[in-house]
Design a protein around this ligand. Structure first.
Ligand SMILES: Nc1nc2c(c(=O)[nH]1)N(C=O)[C@@H](CNc1ccc(C(=O)N[C@@H](CCC(=O)O)C(=O)O)cc1)CN2
Ligand SMILES: Nc1nc2c(ncn2[C@@H]2O[C@H](COP(=O)(O)OP(=O)(O)OP(=O)(O)O)[C@@H](O)[C@H]2O)c(=O)[nH]1
Ligand SMILES: [Mg+2]
Length: 458
């Protein structure tokens, strides 16, 4: 019997290679049950082929000579109600990589082939179990490094983005319908131009909202970078150590102690946060110190949040004040002002109000929790996308961006007069582009490119 490529029995290890008690192998395909029956010895001479779907069977994997290879459980799941939509047999065996590879070899000899990357999920897509954005969500979910990233991919797997796409598609179809109606009633001077304009505008707004979520994606996947900057000796390193809960940076009362940037990462607020201690800012003739100070300024630009630390006991020169004020103006959104050493003073920068900063004492552990809470809420704002469905990868972004461009051009074109026939063609084009997202109109090459990113066994 010859099977089509997408019907052939495929096999792969679904669990990770590494230590653990049990491993799982999956076989999926039209002949999956037959293949596994050929290598299974189930007490009483039972055959999976005659068993009910979604039943578990104790037995042994046997080699071609009939020798027992491992004691296992067979999970029999007949299509179409399975992950791939096909007949699936899962084999949970003991987790030993030699053993697993031997079992895979035996299964291949019995008529299966090794699965390609992502081939199980690909079949789930082909059999309409999930659409393409949900398949991508599965891949993101497996690789999520923060609980926020996990949350977003789970939401997409549940179909939040898919139903949003369906909603947009419906709006566009409405526009097509209005065009056709307007065309129909052309003689009666009855038009639906207002409705067309309004709907297009709504769709454009929705698309823009979702596109924006991609900017926040980097915070969710790469984490948030928070730099501590300020003059020498204000207590940046002390605060850095307090925030990361370990004595990582050297603290002394010598101005210019920290010469290079120092990073430390931790999980906080469901995100990965990297704190960066920097060299104190001051005029310096020291060659090495100057390089360090340049790096501090680079962090001001590149970090996602800045803790600008001041010393409540120190007077600042006009030059320093000008420098800080200009940083403050340029980066208002990402700065948290911290006034340190309030155990010994309460001097404030002239351009700041007391309520603009968090007054702390690192030495006396005063208000450090308040500062932490403020940081957490800033992180939350950075990452929060509310109820808007989010884009998980560049493919999704690029496609939706293309849709936005296309709709933008359409909107420009109909500003003066609407040519209904042309509009129908253009909007239909946009709908086609949109459905590439879910994979309804996706090409074979695009599918291959997507699943190449997956791991074997998924
Ligand atoms: N053992 C095992 N655990 C697993 C998976 C698996 O393949 N095997 N999964 C794999 O990634 C995930 C679960 N995802 C799944 C998604 C759909 C179906 C499924 O059978 N869907 C059918 C029937 C649904 C129903 O009974 O209502 C369907 O959609 O028709 C199964 C697992 C995580 N856990
Ligand atoms: N009184 C008081 N002293 C503090 C406080 N925080 C830090 N210090 C002291 O201030 C001095 C400088 O602290 P650091 O943390 O090294 O300051 P820094 O900003 O990293 O300094 P540079 O690395 O030189 O830029 C040390 O002697 C600290 O013990 C505080 O809350 N109150
Ligand atoms: Mg320091």
């Amino acid at each position: 019997m010859i099977y089509l490529k997408d019907d052939e029995a495929i096999v792969a290890q679904a669990t990770a290679i590494g230590a653990g008690a049990i491993a799982m192998l999956r076989v999926s395909g039209l002949n999956a049950v037959q293949v596994v029956d050929a290598i299974a010895h189930i007490p009483g001479g039972k055959k999976l082929a005659t068993q009910d779907s979604h039943t578990i069977h104790y037995g042994w994997v046997i080699d071609t000579a009939g020798q027992h290879v491992d004691q296992v459980l067979f999970l029999l799941m007949r299509g179409p109600k399975t992950f791939t939509g096909q007949d699936v047999v899962e084999i949970t065996c003991h987790n030993n990589q030699f053993l697993i590879e031997q079992i895979i070899d035996i299964i291949i000899q019995a008529g299966a082939r090794l699965a390609d990357n992502g081939e199980f999920t690909r079949r789930a897509v082909l059999n309409n179990k999930v659409d393409l954005v949900q398949a991508e969500a599965i891949n993101e979910l497996i690789h999520a490094q923060t609980s926020q990233a996990l949350k977003q991919s789970l939401r997409q797997l549940e179909g939040s983005f898919s139903s949003w796409i369906a909603h947009i598609e419906k709006q566009l179809i409405h526009i097509v319908a209005y065009c056709e109606a307007s065309f129909e009633f052309l003689d009666e001077e009855m038009t639906f131009d207002d409705q067309i304009h309004r709907r297009l505008e709504n769709v454009m707004n929705d698309v823009a909202d979702v596109l924006k979520t991609f900017d926040k994606r980097q915070y969710v996947t790469q984490g948030v970078r928070i730099a501590l900057v300020g003059s020498v000796n204000v207590g940046k390193s002390s605060l850095f150590n307090a925030l990361i809960n370990r004595k990582r940076a050297i603290v002394t009362d010598i101005a210019g102690t920290t010469r290079d940037t120092i990073e430390a990462g931790l999980y906080q607020q469901g995100a990965f946060v990297t704190f960066i201690d920097t060299a104190g800012l001051r005029k310096s003739d020291d060659f090495v110190e100057k390089i360090g100070i340049d790096r501090s300024f680079e962090e001001v630009t590149s970090s996602d949040l800045i803790l600008m630390v001041f010393d409540a006991t120190q007077n600042y020169t006009q030059e320093e004040l000008t420098c800080y004020e200009s940083i403050a103006q340029e980066h208002t959104d990402k700065i948290i002002f911290v006034q340190n050493k309030i155990d010994q003073g309460n001097k404030l920068l002239p351009f700041l109000q007391q309520e603009d900063c968090i007054a702390v004492s690192v030495i006396e552990n005063k208000n450090i929790d308040l500062l932490r809470a403020t940081i957490d809420s800033k992180i939350d704002t950075l990452m929060n996308i509310g109820q808007t469905p989010c884009l998980l990868n560049k493919r999704q972004y690029n496609l939706l961006f293309a849709v936005q461009q296309q709709l933008g051009a359409i909107q420009q074109g109909i500003n003066k007069t609407i040519e209904y026939e042309l509009l129908v063609v253009q909007v239909t084009d946009a709908i086609t582009k949109l459905s590439e997202l879910t994979g309804k109109t996706v090409t074979e090459d695009a599918l291959n490119a997507i699943f190449r990113e997956f791991c074997v066994g998924k």
